[in-house]
Design a protein around this ligand. Structure first.
Ligand code: UD1
Length: 423
């Protein structure tokens, strides 16, 4: 298993380009299941999760190319399987996104029920309630969700929580449903808007993404066609670079930065003392000392993203005061706290809140990544720590960050990847 070894203390200076968004690419890949034909997705990030989803699509009978120069072609003409086995789903929860399009196109699907994960229980009850509202029969048997329908009919679906993949799944399921489907309390995340754009290009009738009400008017199956589509840039990767620049008192120009989707983070970074300016080439972040402490509460978009919570916590560990970070989306998303403490961070937690008392300096240590965004926070901590930080279990990081050490090293970081077969 690979490890990262980081020599801390370097300022990050230069230009970095943001990759395509994992959380947009995955629902777009799922959308290809809706109709037969050859799709071309560009700006697809080179990530483990993308490979896993490609394997899943191949399992269904699609012909999926390798990701070459961030382009993946997916030919779904011969898709003939509607069964997603446990071995594939257990490595990636987003596999559940296959439910909606398979149900829409084949009127049935059997997908292994995703289990809990490091950050929480993460049930899919809201997805299933929505599918039932469209007229599907939903059963859970032997660890699998089995959905079937003779016909899907448009319905009014009120979500109990604006679940992101739940909203995407229901949009996909409703594309051919007779009449109109209205999803209220929908997730407003930009990746949902990206899905709407792609579905519209394909010939579906979807409107309202980006607001809490999304309307899908059912079209005939033959109205859909395969398309070429460019995945939007990854706001969380961009945000991670922004925090890296601010923390290291660096000066970094972030190219292809979806700044309009990062307003909550930009506000917090500015309050902490960072300078953020828009330039023709992208967004420039200049860090300044001391880092002022800020309080953060995660919330569904456009609130502060839970996927940036761990990274901001890493920054607050070296702030000049006391900061309170409240996590409201996932019940167990403070796994990075114990690791940051090993580096000298002063953090107390109760269930939902972390109180961080800024210290002058972190000290490099041997630490372990626990989930995707937690891993990113540990890399950030390593960048500013005194001495050497060794992070193990970085496969979590590789699920969601394309060539992160190459990108950071180009900005002046000192990160080495070492291969270790023993651990
Ligand atoms: C997506 C993102 C993930 C991000 C999260 C929140 C993808 C592939 N992943 O995850 O990076 O951290 O949004 O912004 O896009 N819930 C239920 N029942 C359901 C569905 C969700 O109770 O049926 C709960 C979850 O347990 C969680 C909360 O709702 O507490 C938010 O989950 P959700 O928005 O569904 O997150 P994901 O779509 O899984």
């Amino acid at each position: 298993m690979d490890k990262l070894i980081i020599e801390g203390g370097n300022r990050l200076v230069g230009t970095v380009k943001v990759s395509g968004a994992k959380n947009s690419a995955l629902p777009l890949m799922a959308a290809t299941l809706l109709t037969g034909g050859e799709f071309t997705l560009t700006n697809v990030p080179g990530l483990k999760d993308i490979e896993t989803f490609s394997t899943l699509l191949s399992h269904f009978g699609a012909k999926v190319s390798e990701n070459i120069d961030n382009t993946v072609t997916i030919d779904t003409t011969n898709v003939n399987q509607t069964d997603a086995p446990y071995e594939l789903v257990k490595t990636m929860r987003a596999s559940v996104l296959a439910l909606g399009p398979l149900l829409a196109r084949f009127k049935k699907a059997r997908v292994s029920m995703p289990g809990g994960c490091a950050i929480g229980a993460r049930p899919i009850d809201i997805h299933l309630k929505g599918l039932e509202a469209l007229g599907a029969k939903v059963e859970v048997e032997h660890g699998y969700v089995i959905v079937s329908a003779e016909e899907l009919t448009g319905a009014d679906i009120a979500l109990d929580f604006p679940t992101v993949t739940g909203t995407a799944n229901l949009m996909l399921a409703a594309v051919f449903a007779k009449g109109t489907t209205t999803i209220t309390g929908a997730a407003k995340e930009p990746e949902i808007e990206d899905l709407e754009r792609a579905l519209t290009d394909m010939g579906a009738k979807v409107e309202g993404a980006g607001t809490d009400t999304i309307k899908i008017t059912g079209v005939e199956a033959d109205a859909l066609r395969a398309i070429e589509y460019r995945v939007m840039p990854d706001r969380i990767e961009a945000g991670t670079f922004m925090v890296a620049a601010a923390m290291t008192t660096g000066n970094v120009l972030i190219e292809d930065c979806p700044k309009d989707n990062l307003q909550a983070l930009i506000e917090k970074l500015k309050s902490s003392g960072a300078k953020i300016t828009t330039e023709a080439g992208g967004l420039r972040v200049t860090g300044d000392k001391p880092i002022k402490s800020v309080d953060i509460t995660t919330a569904p978009y456009p609130g502060f993203p839970t996927d940036m919570q761990a990274q901001m916590m890493a920054m607050m560990t070296i702030s000049s005061g006391l900061s309170v970070i409240s996590e409201t989306i996932f019940e167990n998303r403070f796994m990075h706290v114990a690791e940051l403490r090993r580096m000298g961070a002063k953090i107390r937690t109760d269930k939902k809140n972390a109180v961080i008392n800024g210290v002058r300096e972190l000290s490099g240590a041997e630490i372990m990544a626990t989930d995707l965004r937690a891993s990113a926070s540990l890399v950030l901590a390593g960048l500013v720590a005194n001495g050497k930080t060794t992070i193990s279990r970085i496969y979590h990081l590789d699920r969601g960050y394309e060539k992160i050490e190459d990108k950071l090293n180009k900005l002046g970081a000192d990160i080495k990847r070492v291969h270790n077969d023993n651990k």
